[in-house]
Every structure is written in structure tokens, then in C-alpha cells.
Design a protein around this ligand. Structure first.
Ligand SMILES: Cc1cc2nc3c(=O)[nH]c(=O)nc-3n(C[C@H](O)[C@H](O)[C@H](O)COP(=O)(O)OP(=O)(O)OC[C@H]3O[C@@H](n4cnc5c(N)ncnc54)[C@H](O)[C@@H]3O)c2cc1C
Length: 369
């Protein structure tokens, strides 16, 4: 183990000073405490911990990747309050920073990073989830606006958000993935109807459907080039993907502790526990290998492997915790939440089946089945 650099130690002290004295004692309550999580985001922005590699005015400290990763690890190990609108800083912000015009960056980035304006991701549609390139929402140029018609689904927190990165087809004649653009949609625009989806699972991240009926989006709200939406989507998601393993790894460790506490004395459970411990370490090692590649400026193909390994291992861990707890586990709301949350991780950002296809075809070079 390396010793944490001074800046990492500074972050740890900052977090300890921010958290209420009874935070760990009452963590079950605090994890759902949105005002606390909002305050934490605002304070973290001011202190430069939101995106540590970015400059101060964009919520960072211009740190190197290694320090940034250690800060994420320390925050996760200490159960730092989860950002209440995680797709804003995690996905929308990197896209705006990379592809935004100076006017877009000036207007949008700071309110997003401070958590004053929430963001939704308008990618999935009823007939286009895994097949993102098959989306049908249309954006037709009409003088100085795009006129948008279509239907998005699974749009997390759209009903509480001000903005949405909306992916729509701007060239119906181009090959599927070359005819998509990313537009910044003001969700308060006329013609936008948002309907939250009733959920049976425990979550504070409500899914929505977003119906778009002749919505006008000014041309200056285009994010990135016309018909360049595919790249905007991949680059925006990539940023979070390189770090998402940390959250999964820490959650896996928590799950393993729960299994040990429940007492996995059955031989089958012990074998599964051993296999999961090995997978957790493989995930951590792969995370560091990805960092090594990035630092050396090499292509880093690990993100897809970490997404698959992290989410599948997390799901196995919480299923093992339920098995170790026995029939009573069905009535344990905390455990139920963990199991549902782990299942969700195998779907969003690319399902496990699709990740396996990508790894097989693009990383291993296997022929299409
Ligand atoms: C918690 C959560 C939050 C989300 N938030 C958002 C959001 O904010 N914005 C947004 O746009 N979307 C969001 N999504 C949606 C998510 O991106 C989609 O659910 C995901 O892309 C899968 O699409 P789908 O649900 O349409 O399933 P489908 O693509 O219809 O897949 C159905 C099943 O078929 C399998 N399958 C599909 N294609 C293949 C293939 N080629 N080979 C093998 N198997 C295949 C899948 O693995 C899956 O098991 C969220 C999802 C979850 C769970």
C-alpha cells in the first residue's frame, strides 16, 4: 500500500469535518437524506472535490489521475453522501466540458456541478435501449431551431431536472449511428411532457417517460457536431466508466462483510465467498491497470471488463448475503434494496449481455455469433 498523498489526506479530513457527528451511527437514515446530499455536493464543489482533475472554477484542483482515484476510493470507503443527481456531474458534465461551446460551458457547467440544476440523460427509447443507434426520436432543422418529436423512457429524474442531453435523429438517411445528434433540451420547454413511472423497487432515482411533441430546441443548443451524437454519448459515458469500478468494489466489500456476519458456514456458500473475494481483488487490480494505461497514454480497454465484472460480482455478493441470511432475508428491506440496486447495475450503462458481446468481439476479436 502506498501512503496517501497530502491532498488525499486533506480530502479525508474535509469529509470528516463535513459529516454530522452521528453520520455512521445513523447511516441508514442519512443515505436517503437529500438535503444533506445536496449540501455535500455544494460544499464539495466549493472545496474542489467534485471533479478533482478539473481546474478550480470547474469544481476541481487540477490534480493528477492517481490522486483523483485515491480521493474517489477514500470517499467510497467512508460512505461519502451520494451525489443526488449523479448523472449530472458523472456523465453530462464531461460531455459539456469536452464538446460544449464557450457560451454553453459558461451558462451550464457551474450550476450543474454545484447541484443547483439537475440533468437527465435522454438516450433510451421503448424500441431502442441496448440498440442505442436505433433511436427514432426525430430532430428536424427548421430555420434557427430543431423541431423535435419522439418518446424517451427510463429517463432517470427527468421530473426533477431542468436540462436533458437529448439524443435524436437528425439525418434519417445516414447509417444509423452517423445520423444522431445530441441536443441540450430545456425540460421546461412547451411540448415536453414528463411522466414518472411508478416503481415497485426502493429508490430515490425515479424513472420517467419523456414525450416530445413538436418541441423547439434552438440551434445553439446543439452539443458537439451535427450528426456527431454517437461520439458525444461514448465520450460522456467513458469518463464515468473509468471510475465506476470503485463504487462497485466498495459495495462488494460491504456485501462480503454482510455475508461473513450472517455466517456462511455451509460449504457451498464458503466456496462462493472465496470466489467472490478473488473477483473483488481482480476488479481492483484491473482498475489500477486501467489507471496505469491512462497515465502512460496507452489505450485502456479495461472499462468494459470492469463494468461487467463489477456489476455481476456485486449482484452475486448480495444474492449470497440473502442465501446466508436464509428465508428471513425476504423481509429485510435493506437487503432487498441492495439486491435491487445490484440488479440495476447489470442493466444501466449497457446490459451484461451486451458487455459480453463487446468484450468478445472488440477486445478478444472473436467472430460474431
Ligand atoms: C437504474 C437504471 C437507470 C437508467 N437510467 C437511464 C437514463 O437516465 N437515461 C436513459 O436513457 N436510460 C436509462 N436507463 C435505461 C438503460 O440504459 C436501458 O435499460 C439499457 O440500455 C437496456 O435497454 P432496454 O431496457 O431497452 O433492454 P433491451 O435492450 O430491450 O434488452 C432486453 C434484454 O435483451 C438483451 N439483449 C439486447 N440486445 C442484445 C444483444 N445484441 N445480444 C444479447 N442480448 C441482448 C439485454 O441484455 C436484455 O437482457 C436506465 C436503466 C436502469 C436499470
Amino acid at each position: 500500500m502506498t501512503t496517501p498523498s497530502e491532498v488525499v489526506a486533506e480530502y479525508v479530513d474535509w469529509l470528516a469535518a463535513f459529516l454530522p457527528d452521528d453520520y455512521y451511527e445513523n447511516y441508514r437514515r442519512y443515505r436517503w437524506d437529500i438535503p444533506l446530499r445536496r449540501d455535500h455536493q455544494r460544499a464539495a464543489f466549493e472545496a474542489g472535490w467534485i471533479q478533482p482533475t478539473w481546474p478550480r472554477e470547474h469544481g476541481g484542483r487540477s490534480l493528477g489521475l492517481r490522486d483523483a482515484m485515491e480521493i474517489r476510493i477514500e470517499g467510497a470507503l467512508r460512505s461519502a453522501p451520494k451525489l443526488p443527481n449523479i448523472q449530472g456531474p458523472g456523465v453530462a458534465a464531461p460531455g459539456i466540458r469536452q464538446f460544449g461551446t464557450p457560451a454553453q460551458i459558461e451558462r451550464l457547467l457551474v450550476p450543474l456541478l454545484r447541484g443547483d440544476e439537475w440533468w437527465a440523460l435522454g438516450m433510451s427509447e421503448p424500441e431502442a435501449g441496448s440498440d442505442f443507434a436505433g433511436l427514432r426520436t426525430r430532430a428536424d432543422r427548421d430555420a434557427d431551431v430543431f423541431r423535435v418529436n419522439g418518446h424517451k423512457i427510463w429517463t432517470t429524474q427527468a421530473h426533477e431536472s431542468r436540462w436533458c442531453t437529448l439524443y435524436a435523429r437528425t439525418d434519417p438517411d445516414a447509417p444509423k449511428h452517423r445520423g444522431i445528434s445530441c441536443l441540450i433540451l430545456d425540460l421546461h420547454s412547451p411540448g415536453v411532457r414528463i411522466e414518472p413511472i411508478r416503481m415497485s423497487s426502493i429508490s430515490d432515482e425515479t424513472f420517467c417517460e419523456v414525450f416530445l411533441d413538436d418541441v423547439e430546441i434552438p440551434v445553439e443548443n446543439l452539443l458537439g457536431p451535427v450528426n456527431g451524437g454517437w461520439n458525444v454519448a461514448l465520450s460522456s459515458l467513458h469518463h464515468e466508466r473509468q471510475m465506476i469500478w470503485i463504487m462497485n468494489w466498495v459495495e462488494i466489500k460491504r456485501g462480503l462483510d454482510a455475508v461473513r456476519k450472517a455466517g456462511a458456514d455451509d460449504q457451498g456458500l464458503c466456496a462462493e465467498l472465496g470466489s467472490l473475494l478473488a473477483d473483488a481483488e481482480a476488479l481492483r487490480a484491473t482498475g489500477y491497470r486501467a489507471l496505469g494505461n491512462e497515465l502512460a497514454g496507452r489505450n485502456s480497454p479495461e472499462a468494459d471488463i470492469m463494468k461487467l465484472l463489477g456489476s455481476v460480482t456485486l449482484q452475486r455478493v448480495w444474492e449470497l448475503a440473502a442465501a446466508a441470511e436464509g428465508p428471513g432475508s425476504a423481509g429485510d428491506p435493506d437487503l432487498l434494496f441492495e439486491r435491487q440496486d445490484a440488479l440495476a447495475a447489470t442493466i444501466y450503462g449497457g446490459t451484461s449481455e451486451v458487455q459480453r458481446n463487446i468484450i468478445a468481439e472488440r477486445l478478444l476479436g472473436l467472430p460474431k455469433g
